[in-house]
Write a protein that binds this ligand. Structure first.
Ligand code: ATR
Length: 280
């Protein structure tokens, strides 16, 4: 039976992952059978089992299944355990092994593609949902000085901080107190607010210093509102989530096929179709 790969999500029709994995496969001379599978929350487990029975060897998991994927794994990497979230599944015998590659993808995009040195930086993480949880451990592991998590619902920020287990370096603060937090070299939007077409971000200018990079984990329309604020606030760099998407895919590809694809050409191809707002 041919090994199969897939991304599970709901909705999933517009996922770029099949194209990214196909491009990696062409580049590495590997025939990759990777498709998008739409599964509702109720149908996810059954769809995954059916996929395994048909030769499914690896899967990516996106919204809204990352926590469910975490729960169904028999074994997980340490970073997945810390994040409480799984976006990459690898079949081992009749069990699933889980990892999260989102955070590593973000860090690689920021450091390798955008030339950022994260060591010693103060980082503001907006949001405390699944996306925020999946990147927080990797930001800490990249050697940042401090991670401040701010969320509309403060209890979720507290939970995220508790899960990180680094009370000296990672702390939560109230959204209403954003103007008192000082300035940050990196501001990460991990909220889903920008997915609402009428969204706008009104964040204090005091968060920004002469080095600030603003990154939205979303790309396309969902990243417009936050990056518009970042540009108006004269952040030095603005980055959307497209590079992270390609890098997390490369991390998954490497685990399944034991070769690391070159991401630059694939990123450049996608960037041509997904201009960063404000670019010519
Ligand atoms: P995801 O998996 O994309 O992270 P999620 O787990 O539903 O999705 O989390 C969404 C995040 O965006 C949460 O941090 C949410 O804040 P709450 O925990 O208070 O719900 C945040 N969010 C959504 N809409 C928002 C808005 N309009 N303003 C600020 N934060 C918002």
């Amino acid at each position: 039976m041919t090994d199969r790969y897939a991304v599970f999500g709901h909705p999933i029709a517009h996922s770029l992952s099949p194209d990214i994995h196909a491009a990696f496969g062409r580049q590495e001379g590997i025939a990759v059978d990777y498709r998008a599978i739409d599964a509702t929350p109720d149908g996810f487990l059954a769809a995954l089992e059916a996929f395994a029975a048909e030769g499914g060897r690896g899967a990516n998991v996106t919204l809204p299944h990352k926590e469910a994927a975490f729960a169904l794994c028999t074994t997980r990497t340490a970073r997945a355990t810390r994040a409480g979230s799984v976006n990459t599944l690898l079949r081992k015998g009749d069990r699933w092994h889980g990892d999260t590659t989102d955070g590593a993808g973000l860090v690689r995009d920021l450091t390798d593609r955008h030339g950022q040195d994260l060591r010693g930086r103060r980082v503001l993480l907006l949001g405390a949902g699944g996306s925020a949880r999946s990147v927080a451990p990797s930001l800490l592991d990249a050697g940042i000085r401090e991670l401040v998590v701010v969320n509309r619902t403060p209890e979720r920020a507290d939970e995220l901080i508790d899960a990180m287990g680094e009370p000296g370096r990672a702390l939560s603060r109230y959204w209403d107190d954003l103007h008192d937090l000082g300035d940050f070299e990196l501001i990460v939007n991990a909220t889903s607010a920008g997915r609402d077409p009428s969204a706008s971000f009104k964040l204090p200018l005091s968060l920004v210093n002469s080095m600030t990079t603003a990154v939205d984990l979303n790309y396309g329309d969902a990243a417009i509102a936050f990056l518009a604020w970042a540009r108006a606030a004269e952040c030095r760099n603005t980055v959307d989530g497209l590079g992270m998407l390609v890098e997390q895919a490369a991390e998954s590809f490497q685990q399944w096929h034991e070769v690391r694809p070159d991401t630059d050409a694939v990123y450049a191809g996608l960037r041509g179709n997904h201009r960063l707002t404000g670019e010519e």
